[in-house]
Design a protein around this ligand. Structure first.
Ligand SMILES: [Mg+2]
Ligand SMILES: [Zn+2]
Length: 353
């Protein structure tokens, strides 16, 4: 294991959410598995269920440059589902996958010595680009790196949670300080790349010589993000603020899942009605635990893939159910207004329970 995670989170020494689902009654307390079954039943009577294979192949298309950053919108042609009430933001390393992807590749491909030699002199993001150069010089191809990433362990419960949350209509996004090559390779290998609408991470590409190049999300020289909590190549807080500011995010609840120091800044940006799921006994959990008053979101720690799945789907189910209840109540209020001549009529509206 490489010495570094704290460093990755710290950056440097200076300081680092269709519920067309409405087939079920909002008053029902249902399990997510029941909800998925309901969606399947509903959709089978109308249109085929949206399995990953039926989704248009997600070409990793648009790169939207925002002040030097790169955001990959995987389905730019698809707007978020109109009724989706939940945005789920996932860190990648040690959250979606069990290891850190940088560690995995460098260790498994035998470049740990070069890493340890260069680490004291380089910032993490630049170092990873350099390490890809080292691997290239050692004759390791981009395909070798892909193959290595495909063997990285990923908990079956995490995969199941991602698929179910997606089937329930949540808007899933990745926010990671890894890189697009690593993340896309892993998610595609496990058949869940199509579940995500965005991957916010450091851009990567294979150059003409076949070497993988990794660039910073925020260019520290041309567009410094100015956040003292985050590494200079990426402020996840800025990313979540951009997402919170989009029209598609209005009136939606956020669930943020992560483990590292770099996940603390975005956790501070969450509001009441949002949720943060820190990995227990990891840096994010420690930072939150050190001063819980600073976090407005409800905190739900997890420590295993099984807990990850159970807690995430419980929160998603709760948010979707309450969203459906709200919609039904709004509908009843709208319908009652034209005929509500009796005093107090609207006060007797049955509230689903
Ligand atoms: Mg992480
Ligand atoms: Zn920040």
């Amino acid at each position: 294991m490489l010495r570094r995670r704290a460093n990755k989170a710290n950056g440097n020494t200076n300081t680092r959410e269709r519920s067309q689902v409405a087939v079920w009654k909002p008053s029902q307390v249902i399990s997510c598995h029941t909800a998925v079954a309901a969606i399947k039943t509903h959709r089978e009577s109308e249109t085929p269920p949206p399995t990953n294979k039926q989704k248009p192949r997600r070409s990793l298309v648009s790169q939207t440059s925002e002040a030097g950053s790169t955001i990959r919108r995987l389905f730019p042609e698809m707007a978020a589902p109109a009724a989706a009430a939940v945005v789920v933001l996932f860190d990648f390393d040690k959250t979606i996958i069990q290891w850190d992807s940088d560690d995995w590749v460098i260790t498994k491909l035998g470049a740990a010595d070069a890493f340890n030699r260069l680490r004291p002199t380089m910032r993490w993001n630049s170092l990873m680009d350099r390490m890809m150069g080292e691997l290239h010089a050692q004759g390791r191809s981009a395909d070798d790196i892909r193959e290595c990433l495909r063997s990285a362990p990923l908990d079956a419960h995490v995969l199941s949670a991602i698929r179910t949350a997606s089937a329930l209509g949540c808007d899933l996004k990745v926010v990671s300080d890894a890189n697009s090559f690593f993340i896309e390779t892993v998610l595609e290998h496990h058949g869940v790349l199509g579940c995500f609408s965005e991957i916010n991470t450091n851009p990567a590409r294979v150059d003409a010589q076949g070497r993988l190049r990794i660039s910073p999300f925020h260019d520290p020289t041309s567009s410094p993000h100015g956040c003292s909590l985050c590494p200079d190549n990426m402020c996840k807080g800025k990313i979540i603020q951009r997402i919170q500011g989009t029209d598609s995010a209005k009136n939606k609840h956020f669930i943020y899942i992560g483990d590292g120091k770099g996940d603390y800044c975005p956790s501070l940006k969450l509001g009441e009605g949002d949720y943060v799921m820190p990995k227990e006994n990891y840096p994010l959990w420690s930072l939150i635990s050190s001063d819980p008053q600073l976090i407005k979101a409800e905190v739900h720690p997890w420590s295993s893939g099984e807990e990850f799945e159970r807690i995430l789907l419980k929160l998603v189910n709760k948010l979707i159910t309450s969203h459906a209840q709200g919609s039904q109540l709004d509908y009843k209020c709208d319908m009652s207004n034209p005929i509500s001549t009796e005093v107090g009529h609207h006060q007797t509206l049955p509230i689903p329970n």
